[in-house]
Design a protein around this ligand. Structure first.
Ligand SMILES: Cc1ncc(COP(=O)(O)O)c(C=O)c1O
Length: 356
């Protein structure tokens, strides 16, 4: 029997994860503005920083291009700060950047679900106390329910929840954009269609993978789009009905199982081990042959993204750490799927021992 494919974009969420309406874990004492995509939330913050006269920004070296573009478009100069082994901005590197260049706003990313390490938090707090804004990108930590005092908080919701669009921004007196406009309807329509087609493919009701092109078309439109739009009504309805506790429990259970299985493989290092019990977005691993491992998994229908590919600039490429692989552990999967990933990695490791 062919095994079902694992990973890649979300198909529609199953009823098992629809619950009684609850407040989402990122809402504590105030409501955010809900926008269509994470880049729009970052654009809203970047415009505010530029309007307030800020001209430069510090952000982690390990980042996705989409996070930098909104600030570049506002004419800000970006200084990339080195990261530690878990890919979080290093406190020491931030301190020496400040010593060299002075204080500037910081975009801090809770990449791979990491909690902000105390030493980094201390520096970020003192930056804020000096009147300089700190922005937290919570895209990878949206299910961790804990208050945060950073000046601005943003997240892309559409990346790690089964939504056609969605993002939030806290901290701006940003008018809630006109909801009647209803999101970027072309992108929302394409992503809903693609998700349905993917579900039909996984059920065996379709043979073609046309959904891949449809997802890509939606991303292309979003890449070209620079306006800020509200999240769609479709996502608003879904957000109000998702069972966040069940989503978190499933992620933690899968990540724990997968991490335990990979611990026996000496060539694999778990990059976000600390996040395993706090609803991580993926289980992220490094190894000396990540790219070959990825090819092996892809050939067996297990799709693991690389977050993120190195940028084009040679200076940043030189400082970039080796690639890491993000293993899917979300609500769509169970221990059987995790065991399959473990078995495939063991098979890969055996193969390479034989070929040495
Ligand atoms: C950490 C992080 N922040 C922001 C974004 C931008 O989100 P969106 O693609 O919804 O614009 C992404 C997208 O990949 C991301 O990974």
């Amino acid at each position: 029997m062919l095994e079902r494919e694992i990973g890649s974009e979300f198909e529609p969420v199953s009823d098992a994860f629809i619950g009684r309406p609850t407040s989402p874990p990122w809402v504590h004492d105030s409501e955010p503005a809900y926008l269509s995509a994470g880049r729009q939330a970052l654009t809203a913050v970047a415009r505010k920083l530029a309007a307030d006269g800020w001209t430069s920004l510090y952000m982690p070296l390990h980042h996705c291009r989409t996070m930098a573009v909104p600030f570049e478009r506002c004419g800000m100069r970006i200084e990339y700060v080195d990261v530690d082994e878990s890919m979080i901005m290093s406190a020491g590197a931030l301190e020496s950047t400040i010593d060299r260049l002075g204080v500037a706003p910081v975009l801090h990313s809770e990449t791979f679900g990491a909690r902000t390490p105390p030493a980094l938090e201390k520096i970020l707090n003192s930056i804020e106390q000096s009147g300089t804004p700190v922005i937290a990108d919570e895209t990878h930590s949206i299910l961790q329910s804990r208050p945060s005092s950073f000046t601005y908080r943003i997240a892309s919701l559409r990346k790690l929840l089964p939504l056609p669009d969605g993002a939030y921004v806290f901290g701006l007196d940003y008018m809630q954009p006109d909801r009647e406009q209803g999101g970027l309807s072309e992108v929302v329509g394409l992503r809903l269609t693609a998700a349905e087609q993917k579900a039909a493919y996984l059920r065996g009701d379709r043979n073609d993978k046309a959904f891949l092109d449809i997802y890509a078309r939606a991303e292309n439109i979003l890449d070209e789009f620079s306006d800020i739009l509200p999240m769609s009504r479709q996502s608003e309805v879904l957000l109000a009905s998702l069972d966040y506790e069940s989503l978190s429990r499933r992620r933690e259970s899968n990540a724990t199982y997968l991490a335990a299985g990979l611990d026996d493989i000496s060539s694999i290092r778990i990059v976000n081990r600390e996040a395993v019990t706090t609803a991580p977005p993926y289980l992220v691993v490094s190894s000396d042959r990540v790219l070959e491992l990825r090819t092996h998994l892809t050939a067996q229908g297990v799709y693991c993204p690389i977050h993120w590919p190195p940028p084009k600039e040679s200076e940043l490429r030189r400082r970039w750490k080796s690639p890491v692989l993000s293993m899917p552990i979300d609500h769509r999967y169970n221990h059987r799927d995790m065991q399959r990933i473990i078995d495939l990695i063991v098979e890969f490791e055996r193969g390479r021992r034989v070929s040495r």
